[in-house]
Design a protein around this ligand. Structure first.
Ligand SMILES: [Zn+2]
Length: 475
């Protein structure tokens, strides 16, 4: 995640990955606002879970379930509206800069802080110390080249996670660069320990290969001693990139969940014990311990104690910040595994609403909505046309329709059409259904047995289970 440059105490960039299908928004009953989410993943990039937890204003209200053609595209989980994660929540939207292998590459505005800081440190401190008597322009060009190539390295690191995820048929939504590095938004957790192992290890492994490639390039181009009198700017840039990527690989392999190494660690325990939950607990506690260690080291360094890994000032601050970020993410990982354990006691058939009221597709929203929302804020209708499920219209869709349009709009126009719904079987695990809802931004799914709709399962019921178990509040 970060590299270590002992000259400055600047520890580089975080790389992260997260498979973060987080259950977004378990607080939505609180007036449709999302209170947070369950991190599903990993950070090897602490980032993702956090982003989602704190971010993602996936209000299951308005647009997300409007029956428009692109409701599947939804808003990229760009909006990190603050919450716990200090810097993550800057409230800006991610900027899409292109795509690789069909995966959108996004930049969070917080990333520009990292870009500016790294360029400045390289141009004013690191390179001038290594190469004397060069012009300012030379240092700036060296710094810019290094930083740009380094960020490409981070994208490649995330891409490596993503490619392995896809190999296991797990969709990848995007790769995002942000202030602590990068994250790949991988939509599900691995189902098997080996898949988890390969997915997590792919990132640091690619960083290692990239590092070796830069060192090899330096060697091929003369391999001049960076301290020697004949050292060129090019030698220093290549060496810096090689070492930084190498250290990134090493740092990320520290067995502290949710970093890549922690995920590898978890997959190994999982492989041995066969117990996903226990392995998550062990790896997450290791991660929290490591995070506290970072915070302690940062505080000591700030007090001018020589801790070897950071200097007072910026390096110390960075350690503390990173420590808090990791601690938060590890804790989210723990919570999530508790949620899954609580939910896994239920199947769809046990929580579904049986015999939901049915309405005619041509019925106006006015007659659906008037009065009903007050009496039953969780109302949900199955819209049937010719004896078949045409869609689902719940309070979320109804609220999304301005009252002025109620008389003119029909249930068919307001509903989420069945083409966008995924039918679930009555014995499907509720934790999987919640994940499905999160990924597709849906609040209700039809429960189907032998081709017949036997009920509707709502996100609010599932979250009700978590609330009953004392795992979430505020619904
Ligand atoms: Zn990674």
């Amino acid at each position: 995640m970060r590299d270590t440059d002992t000259n400055t105490g600047w520890r580089g960039a975080w790389l992260g990955q997260s498979r973060g299908a987080v259950f977004r928004g378990y607080g939505f009953a609180r007036r449709g606002r999302i209170g947070g989410g369950l991190p599903r993943g990993v950070i090897l990039g602490a980032a993702e879970p956090m982003l989602r937890d704190y971010g993602f204003a996936s209000e299951p209200t308005a647009d997300s379930q409007q029956p428009t053609a692109n409701s599947q595209q939804m808003v990229p989980y760009g909006v990190w509206v603050g919450g716990g994660c200090t810097l993550g929540g800057m409230g800006f939207r991610n900027i899409r800069v292109g795509s690789l292998l069909g995966i959108p590459i996004l930049i969070n505005p917080s990333w520009f802080i990292l870009l500016g800081l790294s360029t400045w440190l390289l141009a004013t401190r690191i390179f001038p110390e290594m190469l004397e008597d060069a012009s300012t322009l030379t240092y700036v060009l060296m710094a810019l080249t290094s930083v740009i190539l380094f960020f490409w390295s981070i994208v490649l690191h995330e891409l490596a996670h993503s490619v392995v995820a896809r190999w296991y048929r797990i969709p990848v939504k995007s790769i995002t660069l942000f202030v602590l590095g990068g994250v790949a938004h991988i939509t599900q957790e691995a189902k098997k320990p080996l898949a988890e192992l390969f997915m997590a290890a792919a990132g640091p492994f690619s960083s290692l290969l990239i590092g070796i490639a830069f060192i090899a390039a330096w060697y091929v181009l003369g391999g001049r001693d960076p301290g020697g009198a004949d050292a060129r700017a090019l030698d220093l840039v290549l060496l810096w990139l090689g070492l930084t990527n190498g250290m990134l690989a090493v740092f990320n392999m520290i067995p502290a969940y949710p970093m890549d190494g922690g995920r590898v660690f978890r997959s190994l325990i999982w492989l041995v014990t066969g117990n996903h939950s226990v392995s998550t607990q062990i790896a997450a506690w290791t991660g929290r311990g490591f995070a506290w260690l970072l915070i302690a080291l940062g505080i000591l360094a700030a007090l001018d104690v020589d801790v070897y890994v950071a200097e007072p000032g910026f390096g110390a601050l960075w350690l503390v910040f990173l420590g808090f970020f990791l601690e938060n993410a590890a804790r989210q990982g723990l919570m999530q595994s508790r949620y899954v354990r609580a939910l896994d006691q239920y199947r769809a058939g046990e929580l579904m609403l049986t015999n939901p009221p049915t309405v005619d597709p041509e019925m106006s929203v006015a007659s659906l909505a008037r009065g009903v929302l007050e009496i039953n804020p969780r109302v949900c209708y199955a819209v049937e046309a010719e004896g078949r499920l045409a869609g689902i219209v719940s309070a979320y869709q109804l609220r999304a329709v301005p009252e002025a349009l109620w008389d003119r709009m029909t249930a068919r126009e307001a509903m989420v059409p069945s083409s966008q719904l995924q039918a679930v079987a009555p014995d499907r695990l509720v934790s999987e259904i919640l994940l499905e809802m999160e990924n597709r931004d849906l609040t209700h799914l039809p429960v189907v047995r032998e081709g017949h709709v036997v009920g509707i399962i709502g996100r609010d019921r599932i979250l009700g289970v978590l609330k009953q178990a004392g795992l979430i509040r505020g619904m």
